[in-house]
Design a protein around this ligand. Structure first.
Ligand code: ATP
Ligand code: MG
Length: 381
């Protein structure tokens, strides 16, 4: 444990104290599938220069530190925000709606680390099938920061990106320092090693970017895409994110369907985004009414659906289809989500070619109980 403490520049007692205070938490379930890792912790919040989600692992090749993916700040208005934050050229990239995965190589195998710094068995199994080792052997100091997208996703399932799960690189960084490569270098690497990359819609001068971003956002919104991340092509300035109205509404719909589980902040912030976008896009009455209807539908329809379900005697579950190639990984994943504190059940695996399909159902207890309580005639305090 001393070596792990050293790796993040704290004393051994201080490290133990961080564990006691739950700032440092276990990052994986020990298993032969993770045979290159002996011990691993993740930071639950920022400590010194180390971001939340940083992983500190004792591996067969010594101690590894994989820095947490930095938070991306959000713009609520495009003008003057973009030109205030950047000068020179910016890349307008697609913000894909999945979950953040850092892919690294420890010892002989690849590992997939999710946002909070956990090594995820489900994601690791897929990463090992989809990425070969060449890139990691050529660049042992680099990690691939990817968005894991698609329907068969345990965390953020979306049909828009295909019916399986796939990985799109959006940053290439030094895993130890978090230093990002420039956009052109990232493009070169993705090209050379054949990685899919989050789409770059345009590269423009920051001064005119607001107009281009608006066009892109309106267009991709109609396709149901999430939004954009605006990045300094040199990656010297921190990027900024901005989302489409359709994505905000899809969050609202999701949040109200499971309103017991989702905080008021989650819902309120999406409504504020809509207010600023509607104002900035200088909408005429028709467009404004369309937006109002979209927001209203998002809030109401999904909530009524949940109420109907509980009224008919059902419990509220969020269900997603997963695919495993090894049943051991399924067992490992079950333990993984148990440790995450998710109240879930799994269907029996069903063989499908060389894999097994399993439904992962997350129980939304608070939403179910609240609705039930109200329908029984109790008062809302
Ligand atoms: P954050 O703390 O970064 O704000 P969040 O959970 O609130 O995290 P999001 O609102 O989804 O996340 O926005 C940031 C995330 O967007 C990144 O962590 C990354 O996973 C995802 N993302 C998708 N596409 C891109 C892209 N092209 N560039 C950077 N990040 C992207
Ligand atoms: Mg996201």
């Amino acid at each position: 444990m001393k070596e792990l403490a050293n790796a993040i520049g704290v004393s051994h007692p201080a490290f133990k104290e961080l564990i006691r205070r739950d700032v440092l938490r276990r990052a994986f379930v020990r298993h032969p599938f993770f045979s290159d890792v002996f011990e691993a912790y993740r930071l639950d919040r920022k400590v010194g220069e180390f971001e939340e989600g940083t992983l500190i692992a004792k591996t067969v090749e010594g101690v590894e530190v994989v820095r947490g993916f930095p938070k991306i700040k959000r713009a609520l208005t495009l003008y003057p925000t973009i030109r205030r934050h950047f000068d020179g050229s910016v890349a307008i990239e697609e913000k894909m709606n999945g979950y953040n995965v850092r892919v690294v190589k420890f010892g002989k195998n690849l590992y997939a680390i999710t946002r909070g710094g956990l090594i995820c068995p489900y994601t690791t199994e897929k990463v090992r099938m989809l990425f070969d080792h060449t890139f990691f052997n050529d660049h042992p100091n680099l990690m691939l920061c990817c968005e894991a997208v698609g329907e068969e996703s345990p965390y953020v399932p979306h049909k828009l990106y295909g019916d399986r799960i796939d990985f799109y690189v959006f940053d290439v960084r030094d895993k130890r320092t978090n230093e990002p490569l420039k956009i052109v270098e990232k493009e070169r690497i993705c090209d050379e090693y054949g990685f899919k990359m989050a789409k770059i819609f345009d590269v423009v001068d920051a001064k005119n970017a607001h107009e281009v971003v608006r066009d892109v956002v309106e267009r991709i919104g109609r396709e149901g895409r999430e939004g954009v991340v605006i990045k300094d092509v040199e990656m010297r300035e921190p990027p900024i994110k901005y989302t489409t109205s359709q994505a905000n509404c899809s969050d609202l719909s999701y949040g109200f369907r499971y309103f017991g589980e989702y905080g008021k902040d989650f819902l309120f912030s999406r409504l504020i985004r809509e207010g600023f976008q509607s104002w900035e896009f200088l909408e005429d009455d028709k467009a404004m009414m369309e937006r109002a209807l979209r927001i209203g539908k998002a809030i109401l329809l999904s909530m009524v659906e949940s109420i109907k379900e509980v009224k008919s005697g059902k419990k509220i579950y969020e269900s997603c289809r997963l695919r495993f190639y090894d049943l051991e990984v399924l067992e490992l994943f079950k333990e993984h989500v148990r440790r995450l504190g998710v109240n879930a059940k799994f269907s029996e695996p069903k063989k499908d070619g060389n894999s097994y399909v399993v439904y992962y159902m997350k129980y939304m207890k608070s939403t179910t109980d609240t609705i039930k309580h109200i329908l029984e005639g109790n008062l809302w305090s």
